[in-house]
Design a protein around this ligand. Sequence first.
Ligand SMILES: *[C@@H]1O[C@H](CO)[C@@H](O)[C@H](O)[C@H]1NC(C)=O
Ligand SMILES: *[C@@H]1O[C@H](CO)[C@@H](O)[C@H](O)[C@H]1NC(C)=O
Length: 931
Amino acid sequence: MFNTRWKVFIFLALCYRISHGEELDKKKLQKEAYDMFMHGYNSYMNYAFPADELMPLSCKGRIRGVTPSRGDVDDVLGNFSVTLLDSLDTLVVMNELDEFEKAIDLVIKHVRFDSDHVVSVFETNIRVLGGLISAHVLAELVKEKYPNRLTTYDNQLLKMATEVGNRLLPAFNTTSGLPFSRINLKHGMQDHLKRQKDTCTACGGTMILEFAALTSLTGDPIYEKKARKAMDFLWQQRHRSSDLMGTVLNVHSGDWTRRESGIGAGIDSYYEYTLKAYILLGDESYLDRFNKHYEAIKRYINKGPIFVDVHMHRPTVATRGFMDSLLAFWPGLQVLKGDVKEAIEMHEMLFQVIQKHKFLPEAFTHDFQVHWAEHPIRPEFVESTYFLYRATKDPHYLHVAKQIMDSINKYVKVPCGFAALKDIRTMVKEDQMESFVLSETFKYLYMIFTDPEDLMFDPDHYVLTTEAHFLPLSIGHKEKIENKINPRRMILRADEPQQKNYVCANPIDFTKLPTEREEAQLIRERTKIMLGELRNGASAGGAAPGNMICESPADRIRAWAFSSSNQEHVKQLVMMGIELITLSDGRLHLSHKSVNAASPLYARWGMEFMEEMQHYVEQLDKSGGTPEHTQQFVQILNRPYYGKPYLRGSAAQFGRDIAATKALVGRAAKTIPFRACDKILNADQVVGKIAVVERSDCVFQDKARFVQQAGAIGMVVIDHESNSQYVGDRPTFSMAVDKDGKDDIGIPSIFLFRAEGDHLLRSLKMHSETVISISSHHLSIENTIGRLLRYGKMFKFPEYPQCSLRDGDIILHNLDYPEVILNLRFNGINQDSDPRLHQEIVERHVTELQKYLEFKDADYAFQFYEFFRTAAYGALDLNVENSKLLTVISALSTLKTKPIPPSVFARLPGEITKVRCIPRGEEMPCVRLST
Ligand SMILES: *[C@@H]1O[C@H](CO)[C@@H](O)[C@H](O)[C@H]1NC(C)=O
Ligand SMILES: *[C@@H]1O[C@H](CO)[C@@H](O)[C@H](O)[C@H]1NC(C)=O
């Protein structure tokens, strides 16, 4: 995809950054957020109260049964002044205590819950019940702090909350325990309501926080019991192999009516409440469930910064080509989960959409076109911005929040409040202001600009519900809190890989967060670039991201593996837009046209294949001639270098030739000992990386053998002479072959003179991750970044391609080099063990692998397992013959892998024996790596 457009985009991405030059005045912005809230609140109170909602264009209240009906949307309105109930706790956040007292009086006097209206159980729970409980909790707090305030307050709000809870309870009377989606406030489950069959996952799965709080505050177990039963039932209904949820299901049978699975509308807050139920209640079963779902979402739905809805039962198949705006809450939840880096990435994606359209449209395509153009001033993106700012203290998020606030002021503020947008492209407004604008959007904006110490209460001692209402953590497991056994806080410690570490989530210590600002900036830049690449592909009519990742064809055919008699190979060439003509003298002629390719991805592959083939043919022509000193380049790819300057050096005359594979990219690591004339002591830091060593003390090939043994994928040798430097056009020196040395080196090596080498050493010293490429033509800057991108997540470099199994799994393979890593587990069986035990342990591996590896046909499978057996017996120090490279590669090129469940490792116990197979000539020998 490195076409002209791509280049232009890169240029922009590097030069265009939001200027963070100006220091923002948080106090001023806090005041602005406060003014905005008060404008909305006062407009509602002046023009609409006691109606449920404000109509900001006509400056009056929306009254159900009087104002023309909008259909289901009106199920939010229960003639219970929902906007006021939803806004009460925001008054406390903004320290408007006089108004808070006044508002509570009004609520007690005027609000009733017995109107003859059918309302949404879900909305009534999160806006009304949640609003009342939160206001009650904060009222108690205010009373305690200021004894002359709220003197007549005597749990009235809690009593009202209990009434609402009781009115909702009959909805839970279904076979499954999932609540019906709608109920009549006055008459309960009327017959026609009992005929409702379907409900959404989020609808049934967003009750537990409010209901558990109600149980805790009233002492009546019924509420938590009912909500918990609904959660348990939903968990039961997940797809058992994908762990994903669908969107809509039958309240009685639990059968899925809509099996689309995403993280947005219809599902969103079920996931949110699964994690937050753990945070509030300390019950680990919720955390386990969340972690299962979270893994599944990362595996199937999250494709880089993009989220793709899939079928829950066929999770590799995408169901729709757009994302809806509700999923913008996800980065906030990721912060709570501790996945800050991923949160930064997704937030940046959303911010890109917002910069393009000024607001987040209700839905947008994967290439960021507007799909549904409305924008009701939703809070989700601001909510995520709040959590990211709390977790990172990165001023970037203040700027983001300010930008949102500026747009709201500029485009949606009207004399009587704030009006939703009907179409963000034209900024045409709608006569609507949802209660969440006051209860969430402005609350989060205000809290972003307010230091937690300046709030009346510590927000980290509360769980914020999906409607941004505060539930105190003291609700969960009271006895434990008192014994200080399980101190949970709202924000968990960030970036901890092990779920067990969450059991006692520690108080936040922001100074220790591993996500540094610079890295965060880098993540955002990378996200922008990646999105540019995606957009490019998509606007060329390309494949949806769902098809681009981990979908067949598994991999591009490699030049050296290509055989014109293999029909599969020829077919892929055609897909890539390559025409193949056999000339009369038997030679093949290949020509490539991108427009003939089946998709942009194939077109890119075609280009790469042609380049690779050209190098390959050149190498073949060259071999046999006298070795000349080939110039090569080392480039440091990470920030701030981005490939500049490039360091000239010379290729070694031994080991693998890089020209054929274009470039070797990997992290660099210095070896201990630096001269690498002995076993490498820091093999754990060198494995999978490009080893950086110093010349002298032993021959070059010995160094290469030691670093190869340590698992390095390449080697840079730096001259030990202190003032040597590369001069002239061609290298004057290259690392020669040791006369009687064996040809046993499979990794490529490059020599740098001291002046060039010092550049690299400086970067290694200054940056914890130095990523370099070694190639025979230095890469232009766009190519450099492209290469970083193809390595997927920067700084989490898979040394192996994304679609292979993960480290620690049994097999990892990389067709780019090509190389295979096997992680075998022999459980004490070694060279000296009984031969039958050898056979048994190797076959046990094969048996397990067969369940998770899939080949195109039995021949390929057979070839692969023969190769596997050879490698395994070799690792047990038995004498084996090397496998044939071509056979291994063609088998691997049809390999598809499924994740291997941990249970397999119970059947294959023992320490990992790492085996690495890399090509040498036409063979694929394997060596056991020292660890
Ligand atoms: C709405 O609530 C008010 C105050 O509780 C009540 O007087 C009125 O009858 C209710 N309207 C309907 C349609 O139920
Ligand atoms: C639950 O529903 C059944 C069947 O509709 C009904 O007989 C029963 O009385 C209901 N129970 C409650 C507590 O509403």
